[in-house]
Design a protein around this ligand. Sequence first.
Ligand SMILES: [Zn+2]
Length: 285
Amino acid sequence: MLTQAEVITFFNHQLEVWEEVNQRFSDLNNVLSKQLDINGFEVTISHNPMRIRSSAAKVDKASIAARQCFLCDANRPAQQLHINWKNYRILVNPFPILPRHFTIIAHEHRPQSIATAIDDMKELALILPDFAIFYNGPACGASAPDHFHFQAVEKSALPMMTGQPIPFGVITLNGENVTQQSVNNILSRLPKNDDEYEPKVNIFCTSETNVPQLTIIPRRKHRPDFYGEDGMLISPASIDLAGVIVAPRRVDYENIDLNVIKSIYSQLCFSQSEINNLLNDNPSI
Ligand SMILES: [Zn+2]
């Protein structure tokens, strides 16, 4: 059975044999960052130019159809190693945001969908107790919405995972309640556009002393209204909502203040009372 120690050994080995990516992880130590406090939730703004690829990614159907899938076996860089786990490959994320950053991709090219993935997320969270396993919905930050994947970073790096008061609404499930059925039940109560096959969500799974915890962040929309070349190239995904906001452009990094962050969270997320209403005042189904 796969262990966390094996995954970390794999990570170290990958960096030893892929200088370019090793350099990107080293560069994270020099990324400009600043902290802003929202009522006890300490957000880090990270000026990470390497992430422009993801923040500026065109994820509309036509753009996706026109490009080669960078997660498929045939198109990944030759230097990129993987561990096989179940029907997935575990990879080191070559464009990291945080110090140990993995991408876990399906073997086969199939769309991003949480409908059958909860048991696997949970299993991986139990294997990797120091990590948060997370899922970006197809319209919630996934830059490959056509190829199923989740990611993992150390949970200590995410303010949301360290007990700080979360400034927007979430739904949490614990222990035996972390099941696909419970999640499907919750998703069925969330608003969804007619052209979407699942509601907009980011989902985190962690474990503590072998007890899994799932955190669902329902979303109103994909990107804030000031998103764009002339506004800000901030495209929030799971990590941003968990308290590490990525600003690939220096100008955006400098312009982000408390009001911008509050605006991002209020535009993209629901309040806790709105979520409770959506779930009929029953947040822990
Ligand atoms: Zn693919």
